[in-house]
Design a protein around this ligand. Structure first.
Ligand SMILES: Nc1ncnc2c1ncn2[C@@H]1O[C@H](COP(=O)(O)OP(=O)(O)OP(=O)(O)O)[C@@H](O)[C@H]1O
Length: 216
């Protein structure tokens, strides 16, 4: 999987979040998108996932050397993010069954996943009754263990305790080979292992006065 950005910019209404972003992401590497709160990390991740439209520029995707339409990216993508919903009315076991109808798992079976998540005791518990750390582990486990070449993780250790952070680092390390991994973060322990760091601030649009930053 390869993603090439050429002069990409995104604005909401009249506010440019970033502009002139040219970059190339390739499989086999892990990338950290860095920046303070509100700097545009989640915005960039959602552009990369194809969930949001660009305001300017181009994003080209390819897989195995063949071009991939943006509409097809979600087939090859797994995602864990704070704004992602879980199905509250399902039990853990049902949630895993539901997920695997759309995305198969890599290296383990659906029956093994609760053990891998260290949530075996919660197999029959409704997701709505999960603690925030359990929810985060479930989101991460479904993303990391989905059989996809493109893994996007936004703020992956949100709500995790020390053991949860260690779990995340271990399971991601075991499942990142040959994948493109992109992490949005401002917490060093969740991205220290990444091969590349991309501070979003360097693409912030700065203008001498606010008027000239308005869209012409
Ligand atoms: N749908 C939207 N409409 C208008 N403005 C938006 C929208 N989504 C995000 N923004 C603005 O874009 C900017 C970047 O937001 P974004 O969520 O990408 O930042 P972030 O770096 O991920 O922040 P955090 O670390 O707090 O999660 C912020 O100023 C935010 O208010």
């Amino acid at each position: 999987m390869q993603i090439k950005l050429t002069s990409v910019g995104k604005r909401y209404n009249y506010e440019w979040i970033f502009r002139n972003l040219s970059y190339e992401f390739v499989s086999g590497k892990a990338y950290a998108i860095l920046g303070h709160n509100g700097s545009g990390k989640s915005t960039l991740l959602s552009l990369l996932s194809g969930f949001q439209l660009l305001s300017e520029g181009e994003i080209a995707y390819s897989i195995g050397g063949k071009p991939l339409l943006v509409e097809q990216v979600y087939h090859h993508l797994s995602l864990a993010a704070p704004y992602q919903d879980l199905l509250e009315e399902l039990t853990l076991e049902e949630m895993i069954q539901f997920h695997t109808r759309f995305k198969g798992l890599r290296s383990i079976t659906a029956q093994q996943l609760p053990d891998v998540l260290q949530l075996q005791k919660a197999k029959h518990k409704l997701v709505r009754d999960f603690s925030s750390g359990m929810r985060q582990r479930l989101k991460l486990g479904l993303a990391i263990y989905s059989d996809t070449p493109f893994l996007l993780l936004d703020e992956p250790t949100t709500n995790l305790d020390q053991a949860g952070v260690a779990w995340y680092l271990e399971h991601l390390a075991q499942n990142r080979k040959d994948r493109l991994v992109i992490i949005g973060s401002n917490v060093p322990h969740e991205y220290n292992f990444c091969d590349e760091q991309l501070p979003i601030n360097q693409f912030h649009y700065t203008s001498p006065n606010r008027k000239s930053s308005l869209l012409k």
